[in-house]
Design a binder for this molecule. Structure first.
Ligand code: NG6
Ligand code: CA
Length: 507
């Protein structure tokens, strides 16, 4: 054999395999450092509303698949029991009560300051393309904004490269989509006007014209009627821009799919917040889902949302990026059955317990207010498990920063990346929770709810709010349903928790 030829062959094989290895490592590094990140954020989905957490009467196969293939957190929290504060915390990493965040009307100015650090801005600086598609509810523009001009500031000005949103909630005007600050399909000859105090002359309302509604209001929700549904707030004009309620899920999903299809063809990783409107009121399932749950529109829109999540997963698979995408699923607050419309949610719920074993619901300082479904999924990277780690949406900021190698942190956000990846089962040590501006304190297995004046139960929504003459302490490890106030048995625990709570609150 030719000796020279042998050496050349051996050497070229060696260099070739080195090159291949280098390629493999660099692409693996990329995968490890900069995966796409999708935050699926549902609206008012309770801890028990997915079948893997015990839902009865219907199944949610797509959410279950994420939970079974990823980490299903049993102690996962929004910061709050209502939407605006929870979203504020998730996107800024700051406790919402520091900013006095409350449920906002559709006319509210932008709550996040354009100079603030935010989760999407942090990801932008780490090389991400960022987007939000779905519900916003963090205020837009200034107090006296003109909806017929580009609305500034909005999501695009606090870190989202692309935004396709509804301004507040599905039950609040304006009932139009806004893309990158502009109302979609707006006819300038039919300008939009919005007011939360006074009606516009000659406009029918749910209160005065019940004959015009197709979904009757129970409490609130009796102002301007759009698509037969009476809303909160008054609105005039913008006819060509009005959304279709029954098509909303398909509409947002369409935007999500095309965003993913476009981004998957670029070199940049993306961060997508898919902020779904379900199962918040008004529940308007597409006719394909009507009747499927046996629980009326509330169950039907949960099935609709679950289907959308399945479609999202298929899109990731078809684009070949599923293995390179971290998915986080959670809800902005706990469940409510009657949130202001007659839609049979109460009558048809049967055995199903939207909050699972938890006490209270949306608006409540009891567990069901902010203790929500929380799942992380990353095919091939996260080992399937159930975790008791204490995790909160506020921690996504600093944890994702750690994942992408950024040293920007959210002010109240902890880096608990290893818990989100299923490796650590402890999570953060303590957490301040909030419900309609009242706060409580979780530490380890304990939750301390200070004494608050006010009604014990909101009769309209039929939910216990967590107000009590005496301070309450619960041992969640042994009494998850909060049946026994043990404050008197553990005065030293009360003292320790109060001290830390006041310190964090700066009191
Ligand atoms: C309440 C609404 C409720 C819902 C909630 C916001 C009334 C009587 N009730 O004020 O229907 O819209 O605000 O929900 O108007 S959240 O999930 O966005 O926080
Ligand atoms: Ca909500």
């Amino acid at each position: 054999m030719n000796y020279k030829l042998l050496i050349t062959t051996v050497l070229s094989i060696f260099f070739f395999s080195c090159q291949q290895q280098q390629k493999a490592t660099s692409s693996k590094d990329l995968t490890v450092k900069k995966p796409n990140i999708i935050f699926i954020y549902l609206d008012d989905l309770g801890f028990g509303d997915i079948s893997i957490n015990g839902a009865k009467g219907f199944t949610t196969p797509n959410m279950d698949a994420l939970a079974k293939g990823g980490v299903n957190f049993k102690n996962g929290y929004a910061t709050s029991a209502t939407c605006t504060p929870s979203r504020y915390a998730a996107f800024t990493g700051q406790y919402p009560w520091r900013k006095n965040a409350k449920i906002l009307p559709g006319t509210a100015p932008m709550l996040i300051d354009t100079t603030q650090v935010t989760l999407p801005k942090m990801l932008q600086s780490a090389g991400y393309e960022t987007a939000i598609i779905g519900k916003w509810h963090l205020g837009l523009g200034s107090e006296n904004k003109d909806w017929n001009q580009r609305i500034y500031p909005g999501p695009n000005d606090v870190g989202f490269d692309y935004s396709y949103i509804l301004a507040a909630t599905q039950d609040r005007v304006p009932t139009v989509y806004i893309e990158d600050g502009n109302v979609v399909n707006l006819d300038k000859n039919d300008p939009i006007e919005v007011d939360y105090d006074q009606n516009f002359e000659g406009q029918p309302t749910g209160k005065d014209n019940p004959e015009l509604v197709t979904m009757m209001w129970h409490h609130g929700h009796n102002n301007t009627i759009v698509n037969g549904i009476p809303r909160i707030g008054y609105m005039k004009g913008g006819k060509s821009a009005l959304w279709s309620d029954v098509d909303m899920a398909d509409h947002f999903l369409g935007k999500v799919k095309s965003y993913i299809q476009t981004q998957s063809k670029t070199d940049k990783p993306f961060f997508l917040s898919y902020t779904m409107q379900q199962p918040h009121v008004p529940r308007t399932p597409h006719p394909r889902f009507v009747g499927l749950s046996g629980q009326g529109p509330r169950g039907d829109v949960i099935l609709e949302a679950d289907w959308c999540i399945g479609e999202l997963m298929k899109t990731l698979e078809n684009e070949g990026i599923l293995e390179n995408t971290l998915i986080i699923l959670s809800s902005d607050n706990g469940p409510v059955l009657n949130d202001g419309y007659y839609d049979k949610a109460v009558e048809l719920v049967g055995e199903h317990q939207p909050a699972g074993p938890l006490r209270g619901g949306k608006y409540s300082l009891f567990e069901a207010g902010a203790h929500v479904p929380f799942i992380t999924y990353w095919k091939g990277k996260i080992e399937p498990s159930v975790s008791n780690a204490l995790v909160c949406q506020i921690d996504l900021f600093s944890s994702l920063a750690a994942l992408v190698g950024s040293n920007i942190k959210g002010p109240d956000s902890k880096n608990i990346l290893s818990s989100f990846l299923g490796q650590d089962k402890t999570g953060r040590s303590s957490l301040v929770l909030e419900a309609t501006t009242r706060t409580s304190f979780r530490k380890g297995k304990w939750i301390l709810i200070p004494s608050y004046k006010g009604k014990k139960r909101n009769e309209f929504v039929d939910i216990e709010l967590g107000n009590n003459e005496e301070l309450m302490l619960f041992d969640l490890e042994n009494d998850l349903s909060q049946t026994k106030n043990v404050a008197h048995q553990y005065p030293e625990v009360v003292e320790e928790l109060l001290e830390e709570f006041y310190e964090i609150r700066g009191e």
